[in-house]
Design a protein around this ligand. Structure first.
Ligand code: FE2
Length: 233
């Protein structure tokens, strides 16, 4: 079910487990002034959700926001074969059946200023037993003053199952907008992180949507700055 969170921006959510923990996942839908839609981090699109999406506009872009959120790209491309699929470098080895129209960082992708983005340089995650590159792309939607993150910050709270709350407390991302210990121990290039977060904080956003956690509606910039203080010190 689509839920409007701001001017020309909606989200849809579905259950998802990561490392056995129920963390949920979230897709963001943005409507541009030409009536075209961007689907960022698509979830499984059933008939109901498709009907709601189609009532908003025409899907023009399917966007993989990093190397981990690729599970439903193929399903989404089958449903919207006319849409351009844009992904970070490296996604082709994870989803060999999809057709990629453009690649972040290789192609100059222009959303007419209605959506801006930067690659989150230096961002990595430790998924035992190895450190993985994420290639996360961070998006900004000026007209709703919304920042769209995927795995670069979480915000788990009491709306999540107890086991997830416990894990989030241990991993340092319970009721706070920040990456978990798994990212903190994986990140080596703090300078790159510092530059990226400075660029992100220069955007004029009030709200943060992330893939896993509760959307932050107030003081989001201050909360994100505080959540990344560890990397900036
Ligand atoms: Fe994720």
């Amino acid at each position: 079910m689509l839920k409007q969170v701001g001017h020309c921006i909606w989200v849809a959510e579905q259950p998802l487990k990561f490392l056995g923990l129920p963390v949920g996942t979230r897709m963001t839908v943005i409507l541009r002034s030409d009536n075209s839609l961007l689907l960022i981090s698509p979830i499984k699109i059933d008939a109901n959700l498709k009907q709601q999406i189609d009532s908003l506009g025409t899907v023009k872009y399917i966007i993989a926001p990093n190397l981990f959120h690729h599970l439903y790209l193929e399903n989404c491309q089958q449903i919207y074969p006319q849409a351009e699929l844009i992904a970070p470098p490296g996604i082709e080895s994870k989803q060999p059946k999809i057709t990629i129209s453009q690649t972040f960082e290789r192609d100059k992708i222009d959303f007419n200023g209605e959506v801006e983005y930067i690659p989150f340089k230096g961002f990595q995650v430790y998924i035992p037993p190895k450190i993985a590159t994420v290639n996360e792309i961070v998006f900004f939607h000026p007209s709703s003053q919304t920042l769209i993150l995927t795995d670069s910050a979480f915000n788990f709270d009491r709306n999540f199952p107890l086991i997830t709350q416990l894990a989030a407390r241990i991993l340092g991302c319970y009721q706070s907008l920040q990456p978990s210990l798994l990212e903190k121990i994986a990140i080596r290039d703090k300078e790159a992180i510092s530059k990226s977060i400075s660029r992100i904080l220069a955007w004029n956003f009030q709200r943060v949507i992330m893939a896993h956690g509760n959307i932050v509606e107030k003081n989001a910039k201050e909360k994100l700055a505080a959540g990344y203080e560890w990397f900036l010190s």
